[in-house]
Design a protein around this ligand. Structure first.
Ligand code: FAD
Length: 413
């Protein structure tokens, strides 16, 4: 192993691994440093991630348009990545967004604005169908949606396995010459003509540039000179056991469920996927996010040890029982996950200083990771922006020292 690289990528999640593979493909000597997924979470210490799961949506039913565009650029390269590595990381699905006929106000309203979503998809040349209430019932007869709800469907979407995506990106990166080290970076510092990166094991390496792809935990790593304006949260994934792949005939559903003007659920209900324990689960992740602001490494580790918010199980089961009336389900369990948001609703891909680049996208970073990684790699090695999408779109917003998610949340209430 050499001790100096063109670029060191910190974080081996979807974005870090994609950045490493684009760097290595470009012929740049690359080191990617990040821990493997921990075996469990009950006694967890240290950093966590947003991708420790088996299913993420990859589609264009997103706002803003830029998110869908990044996803599309990524999705177009999936076949090549699969072919190069032999790693399967997608299965085809219908992506169905279901929402009340009258768009309600509130924070989720854009994400479930049918006209906006449809316009975005059409701008990108992707065929989507608007379903009124009757058409929705007819198209998915196994499912029972709340009365007064309508939908939009993209029939050529994917369920993306984020763990397998990372495996594929890392396999491609290392095959192209990148070096992968399983460690946690504790310090970066300036050195002659570059940067010195030090890991928890005591190992250190030099590079011309460092890319921080540390996900929703970025403000808690101690690697940034000032906080990003980026609230971070603990999200809860609820896994409900089903008998197998055919136990439930359903697409991947983004569901904004309203009754009597009141929101009952806003989130994803993912069709059955196999999990590493050999069982099949329907996954739900809803709206308890704001209950769990996470600012420090200690808070993150403590949240992870809780295993997720137990109250979310009742909400998830209520949604499932309404959606699939009369159906019996197996046991439900929770899993902790991390997300972050940016006020621009777009990823940050930007310079921290002359030797460091930051790349984060907390909410749609799996489907868009490959393109975010490509843009990040270009910025790191060329020192200037070369894409036709203007760099302003991805510029980071920085906060004052002492800024916290908890404080930001309190100010909003
Ligand atoms: C419930 C839920 C549902 C989601 N649904 C979707 C979806 O449908 N579609 C979609 O595209 N996205 C979805 N997302 C978001 C997506 O999972 C994230 O955007 C994505 O995981 C971000 O990738 P990342 O590489 O930036 O961060 P992460 O996945 O968090 O990876 C960051 C990596 O950095 C490592 N790291 C952190 N600190 C250090 C350090 N000091 N040294 C070394 N390594 C470090 C961590 O160990 C981790 O492996 C969802 C997220 C959640 C939680």
């Amino acid at each position: 192993m050499q001790d100096r690289y063109d670029v060191i990528v910190v974080g081996a999640g979807p974005i870090g691994s994609a950045t490493a593979r684009h760097l290595a493909d470009g012929g740049h000597s690359t080191l990617v440093v990040g821990p493997a997924e921990p075996a469990g979470f009950a006694d967890h210490r240290g950093v966590w991630a947003g991708h420790y799961d088996e299913g993420r949506l990859a589609h264009v039913l997103e706002v803003p348009l830029m998110t869908s565009m990044l996803a599309m650029r990524s999705i177009r390269r999936f076949p090549e990545l699969r072919e190069r590595t032999g790693v399967e990381f997608t299965v085809p699905t219908h992506s169905l967004s279901v929402m009340p006929r009258e768009t309600p106000g509130g924070s989720s309203s854009d994400w479930f604005d049918r006209d906006l979503l449809a316009r975005n998809a059409r701008d990108l040349g992707v065929e989507v169908d608007e379903l009124d209430e009757d058409a929705l019932c007819a198209a998915y007869p196994a499912l029972s949606f709340e009365p007064g709800h309508v939908a939009l469907v993209q029939r050529d979407a994917f369920i993306l396995n984020p763990r397998r995506l990372v495996e594929a990106e890392l396999a491609a990166a290392t095959a192209a010459g990148a070096v992968l080290v399983r460690d946690e970076v504790v310090r970066t510092g300036k050195t002659d003509g570059g940067v010195l990166v030090t890991a928890a094991s005591g190992a250190s390496w030099r590079a011309g540039q460092v890319v921080l792809a540390t996900g929703a935990a970025s403000n808690a790593t101690g690697l940034l000179p000032r906080p990003l304006l980026m609230p971070s949260f603990g999200a809860t994934v609820v896994l409900v056991e089903v008998d197998g792949p055919d136990a439930v005939d359903m697409p991947a559903v983004m569901y904004l469920k309203y009754r009597d003007g009141r929101s009952l659920f806003g989130g994803i209900v993912m069709s059955p996927r196999p999990y590493p324990d050999g069982r099949w689960y329907v996954k739900l992740a809803g709206g308890s996010l704001l209950a769990n602001p996470l600012d420090t490494a200690e808070e993150i580790a403590a949240w992870v040890r809780t295993g997720g918010r137990r109250e979310d199980v009742d909400e998830a089961l209520a949604v499932l029982h309404d959606l699939l009336p009369g159906r019996e389900f197996g046991p439900a369990r929770t899993r902790p996950c991390m997300v972050s948001a940016t006020p621009t609703e777009r990823p940050y891909i930007d310079r921290v200083d002359e030797t460091a680049v930051i790349a984060v996208e907390g909410e749609r970073g799996a489907m868009a990771a490959d393109e975010i990684g490509r843009l990040t790699a270009e910025l790191a090695v060329h020192g200037r922006w070369r894409d036709t999408i203007p760099h302003e779109v991805f510029q980071a917003r920085w906060a004052e020292p002492g800024w916290t998610t908890a404080g930001w949340l309190a100010a909003r209430r």
